[in-house]
Design a protein around this ligand. Sequence first.
Ligand code: NOJ
Ligand code: CA
Length: 673
Amino acid sequence: MRILLLILLPIFIFSNSVLGLVSDFQKEFYSPEKKIKVSFQFKNGKIQYAVFYKEKSVLENGELGIVTKEDNLSIFQDVKISERQFNNIWKPVWGQSSEIKEAYTELCLELTSVSNNRKLNVFLRAYDDGFAFRYEVPKQNRLNKINIISEESAFDFVGKYICWWNWADYNTLEKTYFNTPLDSAKHVATPFTLEGQNGVFVSVHESAILDYSTMTLLQDSTRKNLFKVNLVPWSDGILVKTKKTVCSPWRAFIFGDKPGDLIQSNLILNLNEPCKIKDVSWIQPILYSGIWWEMHLGISTWKEGLKHGATTENAKKYIDFASENGIKGILIEGWNTGWENWGEKDAFDFTTASSDFNLKEVVSYANSKGVEIIGHHETGGDTESYEKHVKKAFKMYHKLGIRIVKTGYAGPVTPIGENHHGQRMVQHYNRIMKLAAKYEIMLDVHEPIVLSGLSRTYPNLMTAEGVRGMEWNAWSEGNTPSHTCILPFTRGIAGPIDYTAGIFDIDLSNFANQRVKWNGLDIGKTAVHSTLSNQLALLVILYSPLQMAADLPENYKNHPAFKCIQQLPATWDETIVLDAKIGEYVIIARRYNLTWFIAAITNEIGRDLEITFPNLNQNIPYKSSYFLDGKDAHFEENPESYLIEEKINETTLKKTIKLAPGGGFVILLEPIN
Ligand code: NOJ
Ligand code: CA
């Protein structure tokens, strides 16, 4: 395991060129290697910007400003400009690579509004892989309350695009994606990803959502390439409420020449503050399993009763399985009382175990076997209740030695009337993240607000759902193979995904006679729409530092393909996207120490994928294990057909591999000692 210490390498900061107060002007600035050019002008009191990627015009007529109930901060009488350069390499505690380069040029515009002489600072940054800007209303005289009623940020894409998007929804992120021309994208959630006719790929998202509401993008009714930031409101219609000062998230644009550049970009993380947790030695990425899929399948229940899943006995069975198979953690859902009241106010008790579950006994059994217990807090969305009890609950877990907690917000949030993605919930999630850090607890947040790279600052915020994940395959028409070929380029841009793949009993036949329908979306023909090798590949492709192998121990036991999962690291030193077409296929190579995993998935269409991989250390002999689709595999007709092949001493991989419809593969390359 990599030493999980945050070591900061030398930082170089050069501050320079203060232009001072200016009236109408035009100016350009560049990213450090000049891949991005930003030009902007101050004219008639308005700021407008345009952005170029490798000299191709991507954004124009960009507008800036915010309007509060008190002031109009979008028309200005003067501006003071300063510029600085920043260059740094930092090491994340966990992630897709062990070192991250952070280099940018930043312009600070200190603006004074026409109305009431108010101050507004706008920071614009050009990185070589993207552009971003944010607002800050600094403290100033006679300003004690800020109520934002409009964020004026708008951007106009230049040229023609197709895009991948889902409908903006103020309450859920568990959606399927559309792939349409830009014209049809009326109101979108972010990350919002586009492919230009000029060959430029763009992903739009926000970074560092601290005390603000989350953003959706609203298309202009006539100019279809023009999008305005639309913030999720409070129940009284105000968008953001603060006292004295406010700092918006960064409005961020990642650019690339190919889809893989979007995945390899660290822009969203880079726009966040460095780590604020001094000792990070307790933060450890792991592969986990747990009492979870059986409830979603309707084999057992969360609530206590004859079919209760979280019994002491069942927990011990999972712990035994984990300790015998190198799985580091076991999630236990349904361990506490209150599930019988799910949906009601104050339903859950976060500290009292059900009568058939002995928490202390289970934790000490897990300790004796070297397995972590992952605690669970389902709130049903009742944040008011959770806020009352969470401190005590974290204290209890900390005392018991439980270091990971999965939280959930499945249900309408309280206070009633507030939106799930509004500022009130942002405040809630960030408060819980900081409290968890205090009690040395790592978090896996389900039904979260969209991730925005905060795990750079608080690396105990490990992973989140916020995706139409595996559970939908257990009780609805399920997810298509295309869905998972879109996720790395959309939801994945925001941060780690707790998708929970790795299902081997794909047609769900093994326990069919024990299943009881519990969810209204279940139309009785449920299955996981992928091949078995696709399930293995998803564990490599959809990154999460808490990576769940979600199937039941019985389905893994003695299965030859399980050894692929057992070897899987939850953090990587290097990630290379070898090839991809958004929504069609993805091939990713990831390295941990000297071991490589190369994984690919495809959509509903089977295909031959060519792999050229010269990156192996030529001085070391390697063993290659191929986990492939069987010759007759098909995601609906024959999903469990797979093939394993082993080879010794391959030095350079250059081959064509066949993927079944809805299929995939993993190549595990291990040095031979
Ligand atoms: C929804 C979560 O996404 C899922 O993982 C969890 O099992 C249920 N809520 C119950 O908490
Ligand atoms: Ca969910």
